[in-house]
Write a protein of this length. Sequence first.
Length: 88
Amino acid sequence: MDELIKQLGHEPNGYFWEGVARFLVRTEVNTLEGRFSYDPEAGMFCAYGNDRTALQELGALMSVVARDGDRMRKLVTSAKATGFEFDD
């Protein structure tokens, strides 16, 4: 997946994955908004909080994107079309 992310013009780092998470929450499951926090670093992505259900839901969404190249392409294309900026 790292090579695909690079082909899409991004760095596959924790900040990119935070952007993926934020975009998913904003566009697909806004009910998760504010139920956890983000703490990315260059080499890793982390979401944390006390709402285990919300974290599991985010994890399931992120897992689909992380395994499916077509889904990743669509997400990055949609983000670009809406002016969303990945902080990578």
